[in-house]
Write a protein that binds this ligand. Sequence first.
Ligand code: SF4
Ligand code: SF4
Length: 382
Amino acid sequence: MNQTKVVLVRCDTYADAQVLKAIQTGLDLLGGISVFVKPGEKIVMKPNVLIGTNPDKGVTTHPAVFRAVGKSLSEAGARVYYGDSPSFGKSEVHLRRSGLKQVGDELGFILADFDSGRLVSHKDALLVKKFVIANGVLDSDGLVSLPKLKTHGLVRFTGAVKNQFGCVPGLLKSQYHIRLPDPYDFATMLVDLNTLIRPRLYIIDGIMAMEGNGPRSGKLKQLNVLLLSSDPIALDATACRIIHLDPEIVPTSKPGEKSGLGTYHAENIELVGGNVESFLAPSFNVNRTPPMPSSGGRLRTFIKNRITQRPVIDKTKCTMCGTCVRMCPVEPKAVDWYKGDNSKPPKHNYGRCIRCYCCQETCPEGAVFIYSPLLGRVFSRI
Ligand code: SF4
Ligand code: SF4
């Protein structure tokens, strides 16, 4: 089997010149930008915006990375578009809050439509045969994915594969949580999304990563690395090895390999430009236990509530803004005001909760954290 190439490039600041140099070095090691784009093509850059936040918070792909990749695409003659669908609200608002719109305006990149989409079928999918995809993606010639390296409650890690979830417009994303509450099904859907969209190139911003309560409220962790590849499974696996997370337990790895999207096995990955050891962060705070499969049934729910992780609200941080209640995709809500009283923090109903962690992901105060019950911690060590 031919090895898949993953490039690692050291970059220890977000200074524009340094990031540009690192991106150009990385692209050269992959054979040059012309391997991925042709002059005149309409190419969409897809950063991870999640919820527009000041770039210093480490939630979103940094504008310096976005700028450097966009410049490289422009110089190759591509017509550069960009966009992402956030958890809620208009994409333009969140792109502006994250500093990306300003870079786009300055360099003449065009905002793509990520607020509405069209239904497309995917007959070769492993699980999900139809998706609504943002018009901006469907109307392009190709996509360059710019994920951020962060922890994630549901799938442990968010990087290259997960980034394409933002190609599903608006609140439609929450429907996938309802339809696919099992983390392994959800991960297979993410793989299907990638085999449908087939980004040409993925570049992970791991200069400043996020550990702990990611993907929005974790702590910053400087890793000083940019990772580039056309294989998102190999790219994520390599990023996981850097943060000492076994790619075997990341639920996108196996379906990713099964679908032909890529490989997570180290022996099938050729590392170029650097090695994992020189970026290793073994103390990176990430959940290293496999996600628990979910399915119906009372006994299962009983067990689930005693051993699996759950979202919990830190009452000292909660400002009663109600975002978690609005974003919970379950009906009736699995987090809601107790007896309608919005002067106190909302409460979770764990019997209803599908552990999608949308409440944790979207809480603007970082007041929702993921609690691991003692029994679950004991089981995970057996
Ligand atoms: S989103 Fe966060 S701050 Fe807002 S009500 Fe929920 S827990 Fe409180
Ligand atoms: S309470 Fe939170 S984790 Fe549970 S279903 Fe609602 S949004 Fe998802």
